[in-house]
Every structure is written in structure tokens, then in C-alpha cells.
Design a protein around this ligand. Structure first.
Ligand code: 5AD
Ligand code: SF4
Length: 437
């Protein structure tokens, strides 16, 4: 979502004379977009701000030039004034719900007066109404935010506080943006939301639509070839969405469905509102409707009170689901969340060894998953050049990176690739002879 927000900020600033520059040394404006989900992000923000002051701001000042530094995103939202206190060279602090005001804030900054601006409001008029700006060149695969915020209040998570209450973007605004993206050459759209499958809005027939219906509508856009969404909550996997995985060819067979733990005791402490059996039931149902679907997830290791038995339950659940790929994180205590005051924090060494065990198992499953594709043919969207000469990187329907070579520029095209080798994080292949789509 931060990637999407960053692209939007850059689109917003273009009409005001700003252009993206790969060389930060000469930047007139630096926007540091930040994430607050785990602890390291805050410290990273401050050390990055120190680097920006030394490497860009002070150096430019020596030559008589000024640069503006803005901090955006969830660290900005959570830290607010504290950022100005700890890093007084920052000119603007802007939260994820108010970055549409960035052009105005920038125009007000006066380097001589050294005035500073903080905007971390949750505006009553949704920011999307102000973000209908020109879409600059995108990769063939683009993000599109359809939902923001969360009302689930998992006890470890800052999202309900930094991104606010659940908000679903209206249908017409989503369709308009999707069409604009496709008109600008985009072939694949990933629908985004902290709780993307909680999206609902008044549909064309005046009934309330869920994500499944939205995907059905988006699939009607002719030149849109691939649709994905992330990230979902197990409780919001409704039947329409599950049916969409069976019925809509453009919806890719990949589902990122975090569970966080395999222990019912821990799930309860996390306020996940479901048991491990209920999670497994949801996955079983999805696999009934689409047996090939690749399942991904998120795990938090070492939540307060997690015992060896709970950890075993997580390993068992991973074995039962058999993930194509998944993310795992050590529990990180976040200020302001209910879990901060929980007792029985897990020893750091135990956390590390449990994380290692979970990641080893997930790596094994990912390798096994990738190996199945050797000698198969995959329909691949070509995304960009690889690092080597003539090499291209594409994405398989199952969200795997596929590398192959070609003499022609194929970026943006859909092409059949015969998979030759499988690795931990990618596949390699060759273009299927005479069968390019
Ligand atoms: N500690 C560790 N991981 C966390 N996540 C969210 N909050 C925390 C936390 N406090 C992880 C969850 C979530 C993903 C986006 O980040 O697994 O699904
Ligand atoms: Fe955070 Fe996801 Fe839980 Fe919402 S559902 S509180 S975003 S982990």
C-alpha cells in the first residue's frame, strides 16, 4: 500500500513542477514514506532522516540551495510532532489519510521562515476524492487501493490506529481508476486493502456488493488481463469471493490469507476472532472451488504467552495447509496496542529459534511448490528486464517470479513459458516456440 501511496504522491506533485529523480543528492524535495507495522520501522525512519540531513539537506545548503523534507505514512501518523522534535530539519509530517494535501503544504513551506507543517488528520471527505490525478507511466502491473483501515483490532496490530476505521472506496471511483490504469497500458491490477475482502459498496444494481462482485465487474474491462488482491482476513472470505476463484479466469489462483498462529489459545489472545479449525475450513472450501489455488499467509512468532505446545500447533497448521509461500515475523510490541501490557513475553532466543523452525518449514514447502512447475507451461505477464543482458522477469499466475531470455522487448505482453528450473524464490524457463499470445 505504501508503494501505491508513493506513486500517488508522485502523480499529485507532477502538476506542481516536481518530477521523480533517481539521484537523491540533487532532490529539491524528499518524501520519506514510512511503515509502522513492526518496531524497527521507527528507528529506521530516524536513521534515514539523519542520513538525508547529512547527505542531501546540509550539502545543498552549503551551495546556497534548499531542499524540503517530508515524512509521510504510518510512522508520521503515529509519531506526529515527535518527528519534528527528534529531527528538526523535517519540514512536513503528513499521515496516510492526508497526503492529498501535500502540494498545498509544500507551497506553504518557507525555508527562510523555517515554518513547519503537520497534517495527521483523518479527513471527513475521503482522500480518494482528491486523488483523481493524471496517471503517469506504470509498470504492466499496478496497485489499486480499494479499501483502507481496519475494525478488527487484533491485539498486536497498529493498523486500526494508524490507518483508521474500515473504509471502502465507492465502486465508480474504483472502476474509473482501473480504466485509467488500463488505458495507460496496465495489464494486471492488484486490489489493495488492509482488509481487502471486507470491501463492500453500493453496486450498479443498488445492492451492496462484496469483493467477488467487484472483481466480476473489473474483469469486464477488456484489456485488463490479470486481477489479484491482497490482503484478506479469514472471516471475510465470503462465498461470492470463493466462487470468483472458480468462475473468473482473470482472477489469479493465488490467495494471501494470514492466520498468524496455529494455536487457538494464541489466536484468542490475538483477538483474531477465529480458530485454527475455522481457518482450515475456509482454505478447504477455497480448494474445493479451485483445487490449484496457491495459498500464502502471515505468521507472528513468539506472541506473549506462546508456549512450545502453541508453537507446535503453528508448525502443524503449516504442514496441514502446505503453503506455496508465506511471511513470518517475530512478534514486535507496538505502543498503543492491547498486547503491550500482556505478560509472559517470550524470550528473544526462543523467538529466534521458533522463527527459524517456521521459516525452514515454509522454505521447504515453497521449494516443493516451485518444483512441481518444472516442465509445465505457464502464462506469464512480462514485467521488466532482468539483471542480465536479454533477460526478462515475468510473473506466473501463482505469483512466482519467472526469468527467461528474449531478443525482443516483451515488457507488457503475455507469453507462454516452458519452465525448465525451479529455485527457492523463482523459476526459469524458455519461451514456448511459436505459441506467443
Ligand atoms: N509484530 C509482528 N508482526 C506483526 N504484524 C502485524 N503486527 C505485528 C506485530 N506487532 C504482521 C502480521 C500481519 C503483517 C502485515 O504484519 O503477520 O499480517
Ligand atoms: Fe491488523 Fe489485519 Fe488484524 Fe486488522 S485484521 S488489526 S490489519 S492484523
Amino acid at each position: 500500500m505504501n508503494f501505491y501511496d508513493s506513486e500517488k504522491m508522485s502523480d499529485l506533485l507532477k502538476p506542481h513542477g516536481y518530477q521523480l529523480d533517481n539521484n537523491e543528492d540533487n532532490a529539491d524535495l524528499i518524501v520519506l514514506n514510512t511503515c509502522h507495522i513492526r518496531e524497527k520501522a521507527v528507528e529506521k525512519t530516524y536513521s534515514e532522516l539523519g542520513r538525508i540531513r547529512d547527505k542531501i539537506k546540509l550539502r545543498k545548503e552549503k551551495t546556497g540551495k534548499k531542499s524540503i523534507v517530508a515524512v509521510a505514512g504510518c510512522v508520521a501518523q503515529a509519531q506526529g510532532k515527535e518527528i519534528m522534535k527528534r529531527s528538526p530539519w523535517v519540514d512536513i509530517v503528513v499521515g496516510p489519510q492526508s497526503y492529498q494535501n501535500l502540494p498545498e503544504l509544500i507551497s506553504k513551506v518557507d525555508p527562510v521562515k523555517n515554518n513547519k507543517y503537520i497534517d495527521i488528520e483523518f479527513p471527513t471527505i475521503p482522500k480518494f476524492d482528491h486523488l483523481d490525478c493524471h496517471i503517469s507511466d506504470r509498470s504492466p502491473s499496478a496497485f489499486l487501493t480499494i479499501q483502507e483501515g481496519c475494525d478488527k483490532f487484533c491485539t498486536f496490530c497498529v493498523v486500526p490506529y494508524t490507518r483508521g476505521a474500515e473504509y471502502s472506496r465507492p465502486l465508480t471511483s474504483i472502476i474509473d481508476e482501473a480504466k485509467k490504469l488500463v488505458d495507460s497500458g496496465v495489464k494486471e491490477i492488484t486490489l489493495l486493502g488492509q482488509n481487502v475482502n471486507a470491501w463492500n459498496a453500493v453496486g450498479k444494481d443498488k445492492n451492496i456488493w462484496g469483493l467477488g462482485r467487484l472483481i466480476e465487474e473489473l474483469a469486464k474491462i477488456k484489456d485488463l488481463k490479470f486481477i489479484r488482491y491482497t490482503t484478506s482476513h479469514p472471516l471475510d472470505m465470503d462465498i461470492e469471493l470463493i466462487e470468483a476463484h472458480r468462475d473468473i479466469d482473470k482472477l489469479m489462483p493465488y490467495l494471501h490469507l494470514p492466520v498468524q498462529s496455529g494455536s487457538d489459545k494464541v489466536l484468542k489472545m490475538m483477538n483474531r476472532k477465529h480458530t485454527s479449525a475455522e481457518y482450515i475450513k475456509v482454505i478447504d472450501k477455497i480448494r474445493d472451488y479451485n483445487p490449484k489455488i496457491a495459498i500464502s499467509g502471515d505468521f507472528i512468532i513468539g506472541f506473549p504467552g506462546e508456549t512450545d505446545k502453541d508453537h507446535q500447533a503453528t508448525l502443524n497448521l503449516i504442514k496441514e495447509i502446505n503453503y506455496s509461500q508465506a511471511y513470518s515475523f517475530k512478534y514486535s510490541s507496538r505502543p498503543g496496542t492491547p498486547a503491550v501490557v500482556f505478560f509472559n513475553h517470550v524470550d528473544e532466543n526462543i523467538k529466534n529459534s521458533r522463527l527459524q523452525e517456521v521459516q525452514d518449514l515454509l522454505r521447504l514447502q515453497q521449494m516443493e511448490f516451485n518444483k512441481q512447475f518444472i516442465n509445465s507451461t505457464q502464462k506469464v505477464l512480462v514485467l521488466k528486464n532482468g539483471k542480465k543482458n536479454g533477460q526478462y522477469l515475468g510473473r506466473s499466475p501463482f505469483n512466482q517470479s519467472i526469468y527467461f531470455y528474449s531478443d525482443n522487448n516483451l515488457i507488457g505482453s503475455t507469453i507462454d513459458i516452458n519452465v525448465t528450473e525451479a529455485f527457492q524464490n523463482s523459476l526459469t524457463g524458455v519461451i514456448k516456440p511459436n505459441k506467443n499470445i
